[in-house]
Write a protein that binds this ligand. Structure first.
Ligand code: F6P
Length: 197
């Protein structure tokens, strides 16, 4: 069975500042990861292989996938854009905890169903938004790399690994890590890699 690789984008300016959402570019460390990720994939799938690469339409994923342009077939999905945090976009987690304590507590209490105010999304909303991607992901007959975002990859990973929706919003999804999932009859085999090492 063909594997599904997933990786978050390289570290962004907002990751470094602890800010929610936004559309920030990569830091120098994030750009190093982008180059290493491309090298890592090329060691497994030489240029021109049938590896499909899917990513979002955001700046940080665009910069992460940039070294792979012309190497693989890259598709950008708007459905893969990060969870939209509405009014909290661009704020730090610390600011929200201090100045919007009610909202902060509400999200902590029920992260799956908490919907950010100001037309924002919940993880539950993201599940629904990702349904077409999950459908195509299962139909895809070639190896696949998804360069995504923390919340997005938690949802796709939870789906493939059959975690409950409740578990999904707190699953570990670190930066600068590649997760390889190989679908089996009832779940997926799993391997983690650190292309920077
Ligand atoms: O911190 C990076 C990030 O991708 C944010 O843009 C996004 O709001 C967040 O992760 C999602 O993770 P959590 O649901 O744990 O806040």
């Amino acid at each position: 069975p063909r594997p599904i690789f997933m990786s978050r984008h390289g570290e962004s300016e907002f990751n470094m500042q602890g800010r929610i959402g936004g559309n920030a570019p990569l830091t120098p460390a994030g750009r190093v990861y982008a180059a290493k990720l491309c090298e890592f994939m090329q060691a497994l799938y030489p240029a021109g292989s049938d590896l499909a690469v899917w990513t979002s339409t955001m700046v940080r994923t665009g910069e992460t996938v940039a070294p792979m342009t012309g190497v693989y077939d890259v598709v950008k999905w708007r459905a893969l854009d990060e969870i939209y945090a509405g009014k909290m976009e661009g704020l730090t987690y610390e600011y929200v905890a201090q100045h919007m304590a009610g909202e902060y507590e509400a999200r902590k209490t029920d992260k799956l169903n908490y919907r950010y105010p100001g037309r924002g999304e919940s993880y539950q909303d993201v599940f629904i938004r990702l349904e077409p991607v999950m459908f195509e992901m299962l139909r895809c007959r070639t190896p696949l790399l998804i360069i995504g975002h923390q919340a997005i990859l938690r949802v796709l990973y939870a789906y493939l690994k059959r975690h409950t929706p409740q578990e999904c919003p707190t699953l570990a999804m670190p930066l600068h890590t590649v997760i390889k999932l190989t679908p089996r009859a009832y779940s997926c085999d799993e391997e983690w890699f650190s292309p920077l090492e």
